[in-house]
Ligand binder design. Sequence first.
Ligand code: GDP
Ligand code: CA
Length: 325
Amino acid sequence: MPTQRIVVLAGGIGGARFLRGLKSAVPGADITVIGNTGDDIHLFGLKVCPDLDTVMYTLGGGIHEEQGWGRAGESFAVKEELAAYGVGPEWFGLGDRDFATHIVRTQMLAAGYPLSAVTEALCERWRPGVRLLPMSDDRVETHVLIDDLDAGAPARKAVHFQEYWVRLRAGVPAHAIIPVGAEEAKPAPGVLEAIAAADVILFPPSNPVVSIGTVLAVPGVREAVAAASAPVVGLSPIVGDAPVRGMADKVLAAVGVESTAAAVAGHYGSGLLDGWLVDTVDAGAVEAVEAAGIRCRAVPLMMTDTEATAAMAREALALAEEVRA
Ligand code: GDP
Ligand code: CA
């Protein structure tokens, strides 16, 4: 059998952990990851790409396992020294080892390299075993519209996604999610080509709004996925009507989508998805998803370890073959 070309649209933790299982399930596959860069933020003059780094560190063996993001064996001397100068934000965790990644990235960007080339260079060290592409070389920044409680009269303001997610812990109502710059962004080199050439396209259990939704918001990407000859199969990040981890329910509410496995499938829609996996606890949702024109199976979807995750990847690939037939 020829090498299978698999394209995965990924956010951070959910995407990265799934990819580790996928690599283990199909060690010979040619995997291209299209990573979300809407979470990117400039801090202390440095360009930070949290989702790309989570994928790179997880697959490259440098991730802080329990935390799911950042480096293992991290120290925080630089952050402490910055705080001693009164320089923040103090709410964003950047360790010393992680700082080095952002320094290298920022230096290369300043020298004129596009983010895709920089990411490739960083991956020469980490050897993630996949081709990691940013969704775009252009700047896209997810902003969240929230109530402005400091204003005298009722008013709203947009804050950077990281401020909403990390500083405010999604604890204030979000009225809209805006991928600023997306409309003018172009897919990074290789993105559309990889989608067109794929044998299978997978949506891992990443955040449907601020991870996969942002990748799909880059003009041309959604259209390319919809037009691809490859089957498109997704795995639900919602299990038992709640996100397995994090606060995806809050951003789903902001776009008017219920936090259920079936509602997320409907949000992507049969125009994009050919197949959808829900957890066994959500077996009752299978019928509704199939009625919406998306082939659906209920299988265990908890990424407790690499073997359990590899089994999820095998189920996703099996469903892809089923819809192809
Ligand atoms: P982020 O960028 O770090 O937030 O990561 P992603 O967008 O890639 O993934 C976040 C999503 O992963 C959350 O909505 C979680 O519900 C989901 N997730 C995390 N662990 C698991 C798991 O074990 N199983 C499933 N099905 N989803 C998970
Ligand atoms: Ca993210």
